[in-house]
Design a protein around this ligand. Structure first.
Ligand code: FE
Length: 217
C-alpha cells in the first residue's frame, strides 16, 4: 500500500505547522519566485510594508467609529459596505465585495470562512492564525456559544447568534455595539475602543475605562 506520509517532506508535517516551518516554506517560495523572475524583492518589501504598517484593523475601527457617530453613514455602511468603505478611500484586493452585519441587543454576529480563510483584508488586515485553523472554522458553526465563551465572550441566551460564512465572493465583518458610557467621546477616541476581535464577532469593544490609545488589535 502506498504510504502518502512517506512522500511528504518534513515541511509537510502535521497541522498546525510551527512558525519555523511556515517561515522556511515562505522563504523557499520567495527564493524560487525571485530566481524565476516572477517577482522582485522590492515588490515583496512593499507588500510586507503595506500589511505591516498601513492595512490593519485600525482601518475597520475608523469606519466603525464613524458609523457610531454618523447615523447616515451607518445606514450606508449596512446597506452596502463596499461602497461606504470606498467613500472613505478603503477597499481593493480581498475586499471587492464586503457586507457589514450590525450587532444589536437581539442578535450577535460572528464571522468565519468554513472553506479556508476569506477575510476582509482592506479593513481588518491579515487574518489571525486561529481564524484559519480547522477547529475554529468547524466549531464556530456547530457550537458558536461555546466557542465565543472560550474567547471570553458570554452571549446572553436571549440573544440570537448568527454565524456568517465568508467566501472569495463575499466577505463579512461585524459592526459591534457602541459601548455604554461613550456618549461624550470623539470619533478618534471611539476608534481606540474598537478591537479586531469585535469586528470578527469573537469579542466586544473595550469599555472607555480600559482603553489605551491605539489598541485596535
Ligand atoms: Fe476562505
Amino acid at each position: 500500500m502506498h504510504d502518502i506520509g512517506a512522500s511528504l517532506s518534513p515541511i509537510d508535517g502535521p497541522l498546525p505547522r510551527t512558525e519555523e516551518v511556515i517561515a522556511a516554506r515562505v522563504k523557499a517560495l520567495e527564493s524560487i519566485l525571485i530566481e524565476k523572475g516572477v517577482i522582485t524583492t522590492d515588490v515583496i518589501d512593499r507588500v510586507a510594508d503595506l500589511y505591516e504598517k498601513q492595512v490593519g484593523p485600525q482601518i475597520g475601527a475608523k469606519i466603525v467609529a464613524r458609523a457610531w457617530t454618523e447615523p447616515d453613514f451607518k445606514a450606508r455602511l449596512v446597506a452596502n459596505a463596499t461602497d461606504a468603505c470606498r467613500e472613505m478611500g478603503f477597499g481593493g484586493m480581498q475586499g471587492e465585495d464586503m457586507t457589514v452585519v450590525e450587532n444589536t441587543d437581539e442578535v450577535h454576529h460572528v464571522i468565519v470562512c468554513t472553506l479556508c480563510s476569506c477575510y476582509p483584508w482592506p479593513v481588518l488586515g491579515l487574518p489571525p492564525n486561529w481564524y484559519k485553523h480547522p477547529a475554529y472554522r468547524s466549531r464556530v458553526v456547530r457550537e458558536p456559544r461555546v466557542v465565543l465563551r472560550e474567547f471570553g465572550l458570554e452571549i446572553p441566551l436571549s440573544r440570537e447568534i448568527r454565524v456568517w460564512d465568508s467566501s472569495a465572493e463575499l466577505r463579512y465583518w461585524v459592526l459591534p455595539q457602541r459601548p455604554e458610557g461613550t456618549e461624550g467621546l470623539s470619533a478618534d477616541e471611539l476608534q481606540a475602543l474598537v478591537t479586531r476581535d469585535s469586528m470578527i464577532g469573537v469579542g466586544v469593544p473595550l469599555s472607555p475605562d480600559k482603553a489605551t490609545v491605539g489598541s485596535t488589535s
